[in-house]
Design a protein around this ligand. Structure first.
Ligand SMILES: *Cc1c(COP(=O)(O)O)cnc(C)c1O
Length: 366
């Protein structure tokens, strides 16, 4: 069986280094807010190129905290609107509604699966305060046009960078393109911890301070609380593991690109719609490799029978979820088509050449 993602194999690549770190944290007696978090934050901010990196408990918290901090700073108010792609993972949208802000869904481009920048301006109103762009599947969505729309309407650009660590747009890494970015280090992400973890990056000093304070019970000075905060921390064990793996992320992303290239050039079955390889290779880190087919469900069954595990990202669009009943009657035809037709193939830095060849052969014989 070719696994969709072999996390054990991914982490065993660094077994010795990781085990040494885990043992050191265990023996140190210091498990939260220590040296390892500080080191990882420093290395992450250097890598991304942003002035601040703040470790938090997970990716959803990273996004929630950015928006909450903007509310505390008076930049946004409860009831304001935030633009977000209609086909994103639910967490992007939850971060908005959790803060009493209103998510405004914008359809994606069918070729990139990312928000259609040309459709953003028609959805902006006097209440719009931000655009939550999601670099979905590992592909950056950004343009000068997007920057101009944000400037013209005085909107914050917030990046959901959960799927795209390491990608670059015109030499700038995702996570340093907008006003602030949320990262997830969920085990299955390109940079994955051994549990939950996340981070925020930003160049905004005031925002960084507000997020640090909010994530620490609303307190920057012990027992003095300036916000009704929460507890959202990246622990020393996860920080130590992430610091080891961060050194290898570029190499791992490069392997993903090579696999994606092979899939795109060697899968020739007309039943299968392949993703676009962007003109600038750096813009994609292939978190997932998503194909489309009108016969998606039959194809998935066929692949399983042939020993290839696949996943659907995602089977139900956010506006059809029970959690967002108020949207169930709305129509987002491009998102609906995507959700009906997509299938994610195995792709990872530990896939062997033989496994890649097998996936290609099996698909070509469908
Ligand atoms: C994984 C993910 C998140 C949430 O991250 P968690 O660490 O699981 O909370 C948010 N947005 C996107 C696009 C994701 O893929």
């Amino acid at each position: 069986m070719i696994k969709f993602l072999d996390l054990q194999k991914i982490n065993l690549q660094y077994q010795q280094e990781i085990e040494t770190q885990l043992l050191e944290v265990f023996r140190s007696g210091w498990y939260l807010m220590g040296e390892r978090l500080a080191n990882f934050e420093k290395n992450l901010s250097n890598y991304i190129g942003a002035k601040h990196a703040i470790g938090v408990a997970n990716g959803l918290d990273a996004l929630r905290l950015i928006l909450r901090a903007y509310i505390e700073m008076g930049v946004m108010n409860v009831g304001d609107e935030i633009i977000v792609p209609s086909n994103t993972y639910i967490a992007s949208i939850l971060a908005i509604s959790d803060n009493g802000l209103v998510p405004v869904l914008v359809e994606p481009d069918i070729n990139t699966y990312n928000i259609d920048i040309a459709k953003i301006e028609e959805k902006t109103t006097s209440k719009t305060k931000g655009i939550l762009i999601v670099h979905l599947q590992g592909r950056i969505v950004f343009s000068n046009e997007l920057k101009e729309i944000a400037q013209k309407h005085n909107l914050k650009i917030i990046e959901d960078n959960a799927q795209t660590i390491g990608a670059k747009w015109n030499g700038i890494r995702s996570g340093n393109l907008g006003d602030a970015a949320g990262f997830s280090f969920y085990p299955g992400k390109n940079l994955g911890a051994l549990g939950d973890a996340g981070a925020v990056t930003t160049n905004d000093d005031e925002l960084a301070k507000a997020i640090r304070t909010l994530a620490n019970y609303g307190s920057s000075q012990k027992y003095v609380n300036i916000y009704k905060g929460l507890n959202s921390r990246l622990d020393e064990i996860q920080a130590a593991v992430l610091d080891v793996k961060l050194k290898y992320i570029d190499t791992e992303n490069e392997t993903r690109r090579l696999i994606a290239k092979r899939f795109i050039s060697e899968i020739t079955n007309p039943e299968i719609i392949l993703p676009e390889y962007p003109e600038s290779e750096e813009e994609h880190v292939w978190h997932v490799f998503v194909i489309r087919s009108k016969k998606r469900d039959i194809l998935q069954k066929y692949l399983t029978e042939n020993g290839i595990q696949t996943i659907i990202h995602y089977p139900i669009p956010p506006h059809k979820q029970e959690a967002y009943k108020e949207w169930n009657a709305l129509s987002f035809p491009i998102s609906e088509k995507i959700h009906d037709e997509v299938l994610s193939l195995p792709i990872s830095p530990v896939m062997t050449l033989e496994e890649v060849s097998k996936v290609i052969d099996v698909l070509n014989n469908f």
